[in-house]
Unconditional design. Structure first.
Length: 188
């Protein structure tokens, strides 16, 4: 699934909020999802647990969901996101000298820069572009596709909400059903 296909499907599952509240929701969401991604790699690298690839795909998809929300609210949805992804796939050298943890820390720093805008951070469009490239590289290093991550995210959200957001569905999630849709998307 290309980002242009993903974007309208994802946005329909956003809780309706006033513009500034939605922007802050997106910024905090990016931070929290990157934090979950970092925690997965901490468990893998530091504690020696097997990397949960399904969780990797899920968390990257969740970051993309919040990136989409932020760009939508700012009215800056670059039409070139699919091009950015393709460029990252082509140009993203898998530099073995850069550890997974270092890559995740860089992703976290970029998420922080996006969240701090306009008070000294990078512009959301620039930050999201760099974040996308880093996420694509991380998935690629672990044999996963960003397009699969986007599709898995939509499937998970459909299992949770159907066609649109509801507070009830957000509070009564069936995590086993969501995990099954993620596993199906990645063939696990």
């Amino acid at each position: 699934m290309k980002f242009d296909q993903y974007a309208p499907l994802a946005i329909r599952t956003a809780k309706p909020l006033e513009r500034n509240a939605q922007i802050e929701h997106a910024q905090v969401g990016i931070l929290t999802e990157v934090g979950e991604l970092a925690d997965a790699f901490k468990r893998h690298v530091i504690y020696g647990k097997p990397l949960d690839v399904t969780n990797l795909v899920e968390e990257v998809g969740d970051v993309f969901w919040y990136v989409n929300l932020l760009l939508n609210e700012l009215g800056t949805r670059p039409r070139v996101i699919d091009r950015l992804i393709e460029d990252a796939l082509e140009d993203g050298q898998d530099d073995a000298a850069v550890s997974d943890l270092r890559l995740v820390l860089t992703i976290g720093a970029m998420a922080g820069a996006i969240a701090s805008h306009p008070d000294g951070g990078v512009s959301p469009a620039e930050g999201c572009s760099l974040l996308i490239a880093l996420l694509v590289l991380l998935l690629k290093r672990h044999g996963q596709s960003v397009y699969t991550s986007l599709e898995a995210n939509i499937n998970k959200l459909a299992a949770r909400y159907g066609d649109k957001y509801s507070d009830y569905a957000a509070l009564t999630r069936d995590l086993d059903a969501e995990r099954e849709t993620l596993n199906e998307a990645i063939g696990a």
